[in-house]
Design a protein around this ligand. Sequence first.
Ligand code: TNX
Length: 527
Amino acid sequence: MTSLKHLFILAAGLLIAVPTISAIPAIIPRPTSVEEGHGTFVITTATPVVVSSEELHTVAEIFATDITPLFGSPLTVTRIPSRRAISLYLASELGEEEYTLSVTRRDIVVTGGSSRAVLYGLQSLRQLIDRNRIPAVEVHDKPWFTYRGAMLDAARHFFPVADVKKFIDILALHKLNRFHWHLADDQGWRIEIKRYPELTRIGSNRRETIVGFHKTSTTYDGTPYGGYYTQEEIRDVVRYAADRGIVIIPEIEMPGHSAAALASYPWLGCTGGPYEVWTKWGISEDIYCAGKETTFEFLENVLSEVIDLFPSELIHIGGDECPKSRWKKCPFCQQRIHENGLKNEEQLQGYLVRRIEQWLKARGRNLIGWDEILQGGVTPSAAVMSWREPKYGIAAAQQGNHVVMAPWKNCYLDYYQTSNPEKYGEPLAFPRYLPVRQVYRLDPYDQLTPAQQTYILGVQGNLWAEFIADIGHAQRMLLPRLAAIAEVGWAYDRKDYNDFVRRMPALRRVYDAMDFKYSTFLFEGIE
Ligand code: TNX
């Protein structure tokens, strides 16, 4: 099947004498400037990718391999300059993420301020390739926001390393540079921690999983479910992402969404258990006890292995949806509140977050948490991920905290994509509606003064996985909505929805070539 497709593509490539209608070059996210040239460059298996410095070797190999589906074999990467080549250069006068891409009839030149920027140029090039032809064009491009991310929830469902890499490939294609990896929740602990082996022996497995929507369903599948990443696998994934210009931000939830940890070590909870790894979706009332010192020892020991694995400056500690019913009745928590002059349980969460933040700062890292961390009072150096109403992110920026905008209204890629899921055959999803157009509408600067805008780091799309059990389904939820996230993050100052829709088919060609699954509603005009 695939080889037939390749034959067809090769055959089509031989028909270069047949004039094709030259479409306006279409790149997503929209570049700073695109100037059409004359003619086309014809790319063949003999077109070398020439690297001018060793530093560029990895990104050249990634590109040469990524376009394999077009030719059936990768292009050759070489240090020897050549004509009719794709030549890659570094230029110190360009910014870290800035590139130029020049395509003429004779050759292709990509120049970037870093190897990552060169890879961005190559990602644009991928979208310009139509069968084996590339229209002559001059592109100059750089991103608006420094933080352009996507989150994968590997706790509710486990995605094996090979699938996580596919997720990363998708981020790279869209020129996103942050991968937020949600690694622990009530329904599973997914990261090996050498000091606490029960976290993976017990915490990574649940007895069974609820079937259907958790607020109405009473059916369970009766099948044990589990999985976790070894530290070796994590190191491999971190490297894989770094090669593609992507920083991985790990998330270890605290103090809520922690039932899997409590099931592993019941002394972490206020009541002492017994606890179990959750088998349904929703929010556990059982959370880490913030009164006992042993909890802090545990969290710090876990985090010290986490920071050894992940070089990211930002470390995500969750902080969302944290019921306080246990703390209200816990003598240790009440004692802590009393001794520290705290007013209530919200402030106790603030105490925990600030303590962890200090611990991270002493090790050169910064804390980021969901916007509920604002409730207990945070120091100005903590970053906030705004997921509920944008007003929380707005408040955070107004008080001088850095903010990543990921409001559910625009950024929750686990929601339905059409207004009529039944009619259009959408699989079960979190029951809210988020079409591509609505993702695109996101304005991360909404209501902020120019001074406050400087606190907005960028944007992120979140893929929660309660109802997503495999990578194919994950891709159909991500794509093409992630393309809209990418355009908000990269091309904020040049957004244009109609033009985005016009450019989408070029990106779709890449999805097809890579065999990425995607939903077709946008292409069918269904919302
Ligand atoms: C809220 S977003 C959650 C997640 C759920 C998601 C479902 C956030 C910080 N918490 O635990 O998976 O809604 O859309």
